[in-house]
Design a protein around this ligand. Structure first.
Ligand SMILES: Cc1ncc(COP(=O)(O)O)c(C=O)c1O
Length: 430
């Protein structure tokens, strides 16, 4: 049950839908929802049209009336993805013998290959982890650092890439320097300059978020990496908000490690994730968990995924997520999510008293939007928008990033975005 995702010289997905459909035809055991999705795709109007996206939206069994705009936290899985996950679960529990489960070894390699192809890296550089937090903590704990060394992070890093460094630093005596994050940001050059200024001869690591969950800032990851590498610094990129949303090319970015979860933009199961460690850096990162299955001869990043008895059906359920994305096309997914976000930002910024904390420029943003409503306390706004308008969103109730967060994805329609903006306008009017 594996479907090749092929890339042309520019690494864009080629004929993936045709190849995939050939695979589907061959795999009679696929759930009915995949056949339905295939039929819907075949009958669908041109990619990118509203009817095309209506067809995609119909694959998600979201509660009617709910306008779910919280992809940056947890995404719903589509019916086809859920059905394959359930199929794996049923298979596992119908026959948990070693003999039946032996096939999962091969299936894990298929998932690894597909994740690697998507990110333009080699399969040996990918570990199948439980989530972004775990992947990042493996890097935080695994790099050799000593008293006097310095690690640069930002104030907007998620705790898994912020407090994790501080806890280890407290124990071992190295220094963590946290950079402030302007919102909106003045520009990529200024962001790069901030890192450049903070670097000292003792800096060993820069750990940054690719696309932040706080204000939706897209960092110039390639420029930061190039600058850091000229000084021999390890660059760790938290990709929780970019994997499955942006067409991420890790080879082009050049970073040394990258982490992500399946339950965010890839719209897959919770507690399945990936850790990428560049081939040349794998030996420099110690594994954090060593248990049954460990061996010094494990190839590449596989040494980071010996985490005890794994939930194989969950781990391999990353594969249908990647297939689902490939069938639609990751470039199309990115363009659609960005278009939804841009429409929301343009509408929100016209509302009196609403301040955008997210940059409008596509090179500095993705599909995570943060905005502040001056006239209504944030907590109250968040509660009202859910109770009255059925908006499933996120909020930060205090501090410099205080505000409401919209993070739309391909299961949202333009009409839902307009309804969400209208709901904020009505809230402001009182
Ligand atoms: C930027 C960022 N990093 C890491 C995480 C943690 O992800 P997980 O809980 O899947 O480990 C999140 C979760 O929201 C996030 O937004």
């Amino acid at each position: 049950m594996s479907y090749a995702i092929r890339y042309n010289r520019n690494h864009t997905i080629m004929a993936s839908r045709r190849d995939f459909l050939r695979g589907v035809t061959a795999a009679a055991s696929l759930p009915a929802s995949w056949h339905a999705f295939r039929s819907a795709l075949q009958a669908a109007p041109a990619k990118g049209s509203e009817p095309f996206w209506d067809m995609v939206k119909a694959q998600f069994p979201l509660e009617p009336g709910l306008i779910y705009l919280n992809a940056a936290n947890v995404c719903p899985a589509s019916r086809p993805v859920m059905d394959r996950h359930l199929q794996y679960l049923r298979d596992f529990h119908a026959n948990p013998s070693f003999q039946n489960r032996a096939k999962y070894d091969g299936m894990r390699e298929t998932v690894r290959n597909k994740a690697a192809a998507l990110l333009r890296v080699s399969a040996d550089e990918i570990a199948l982890t439980r989530n972004t937090s775990e992947g990042t903590n493996i890097v935080v704990q695994g790099l050799e650092l000593k008293a006097g060394d310095e690690v640069i992070i930002t104030d907007h890093n998620h705790p898994s890439n912020n407090d994790s460094w501080k806890v280890r630093a407290k124990r071992e005596g190295f220094r963590v320097v946290s950079l402030p994050v302007p919102a909106p940001a003045p520009g990529a050059d200024q962001l790069l300059g901030g890192f450049e200024k903070a670097i000292t001869p003792r800096t060993k690591v820069i750990a940054v978020t690719h696309l932040t969950n706080t204000t939706g800032l897209l960092y110039p990851a390639k420029a930061i990496t190039e600058m850091a590498h000229r000084r021999g610094i390890h660059v760790h990129l938290d990709g929780a908000q970019s994997f499955g949303l942006l067409d991420v090319d890790l080879r082009a970015i050049g970073c040394d490690s990258y982490t992500a979860s399946a339950h965010k933009w890839p719209m897959g199961p919770l507690e399945a994730g990936i850790l990428y460690v560049k081939q040349e850096r794998i030996a420099a990162v110690w594994p954090s968990v060593v248990t049954a299955g460990w061996s010094d001869t494990l190839k590449g990043a596989r040494k980071f995924e010996v985490l005890g008895q794994r939930d194989d059906p969950r781990v391999i359920a990353l594969e249908p997520c990647l297939d689902f994305l490939a069938m639609i096309g990751l470039k199309e997914v990115e363009a659609r999510a960005r278009a939804l976000a841009q429409r929301a930002m343009r509408g929100l910024k016209e509302i009196p008293g609403v301040t955008l904390r997210t940059n409008l420029e596509p090179e500095l943003s993705g599909a995570v939007i943060k905005f502040h409503v001056a006239s209504v306390p944030t907590r109250q706004a968040y509660d009202t928008l859910y109770a009255k308008n059925r908006l499933g969103i996120a909020a930060t109730n205090a501090g410099p990033t205080e505000g409401l967060r919209f993070s739309p994805h391909i299961y949202n329609s333009m009409d839902e975005i307009d309804q969400a903006v209208a709901a904020v306008r009505a809230l402001v009017r009182g």
